[in-house]
Design a binder for this molecule. Structure first.
Ligand code: PEP
Ligand code: MN
Length: 337
């Protein structure tokens, strides 16, 4: 349920409503908009049967939310959320580009890629140290050693770090070295891990599950928010369909859909979304044109030699071409990059 206050509601009136709800043990989430304040209420509505909230001073109307997700929904928080991560803002006017190898393979690979990306105007370096691989015989990642390499790249270039956690144990490690933790598609419904991320308050990229509906994806965000962590960036990374030419089907339509349903920033991962490097540039263009707040793209100095996801990784030349295209689209959209 959401209580929409009148545009001229006073601080005392807002505090009065808040106090009443807290006394009844409701979860109360206040968002102060530029025009008016919205009070999001979580709890058993039956407790309010005898309390005509509409009649309280300053209250304009009470809106009942039908969606199962509340904190992640736009009704609760009508203005778009911006996530601040060590000097960078995600979800604002600036399009954020995150890039780097699928997996951290060596110091040389990560540092050289980071230097190249920095020159290109990238602000976040991605790299997996814990890899959720389909086969147990595939390269599983360098684990803490990989995180240390990422931290070194951060020190040398100033790029902020994104890295995936696959379990509560790896989350503790990632939290020590990375600026943003990634929860991958395979773990989107690992609810205990989501709750742990929620308690950590770390900025998190929450990827859409392989076969997740938009509602399931927003409910996953709700699990994190319900523990008090609102620093969530949603990431569309393609979904399973009957098509086999592409690794996944990049659901561009989910970007504007989720931007309408939720106030959280949305970025796109055209690398996993297609599985083919040749499709990464066109899908990046499409995602930004559709309203994505940023991209996360796999880049490797020599994709043919990559230990994971080489076929979908851009080399330096194609990444340079991608940035040129995105810059042009940003201008048309009135966004910075
Ligand atoms: C990755 O980012 O390398 C990754 C494994 O992504 P996803 O969870 O989207 O498959
Ligand atoms: Mn990958």
């Amino acid at each position: 349920m959401v209580i929409v206050m009148k545009p001229k509601a006073t601080k005392e009136e807002i505090a009065g409503v808040e106090k009443l709800l807290k006394n009844l043990d409701f979860g109360v989430h206040i968002s102060e908009g530029s025009e008016r304040t919205i009070i999001g209420v979580i709890g058993d509505k039956r407790k309010l049967a005898e309390t005509p909230l509409e009649l309280m001073p300053g209250v304009d109307r009470v809106v009942h939310i039908l969606e199962p997700y509340k904190l992640a929904g736009r009704a609760f928080h009508p203005e778009s959320t911006t996530i601040k991560v060590n000097g960078q803002v995600i979800g604002g006017n600036k399009i954020v580009v995150m890039a780097g190898p699928c997996a951290v393979e060596s110091e040389e690979q990560v540092i050289s890629t980071a230097r190249f990306l920095k020159e290109q105007g990238v602000t976040f370096l991605r790299g997996g140290a814990y890899k959720p691989r389909t086969s147990p015989y595939s390269f599983q990642g360098l684990e803490e050693e990989g995180l240390k390499i990422l931290a070194q790249a951060r020190k040398e270039t100033g790029l902020l770090i994104v890295s995936e956690a696959v379990s509560t144990r790896s989350l503790e490690q990632v939290a020590k070295y990375a600026d943003i933790v990634q929860i991958g598609a395979r773990n989107m419904q690992n609810f205990h891990l989501l709750q742990e991320v929620g308690r950590s308050r770390l900025p998190v990229i929450l990827k859409r599950g392989l076969s997740a509906t938009i509602e399931e994806w927003l409910n996953a965000a709700e699990y994190i928010m319900n523990e008090g962590n609102y620093n969530i960036i949603l990431c569309e990374r393609g979904i399973r369909t009957f098509e086999t030419y592409t690794r996944n089907t990049m659901d561009i339509s989910s970007i504007p859909a989720v931007k309408e349903l939720s106030h959280l920033p949305v970025i796109a991962d055209p690398s996993h979304g297609t599985g083919r490097w040749k499709l990464v540039i066109p899908m990046s263009r499409a995602a930004i044109a559709a309203g994505a707040d940023g991209l996360i793209v796999e880049v490797h100095p020599n994709p043919k030699e990559a230990l994971s996801d080489g076929p979908q990784s851009l080399n330096y030349d194609s990444f340079t071409a991608l940035m040129e295209d995105i810059r042009k689209i940003a201008v048309i959209l009135g966004r910075e990059i």
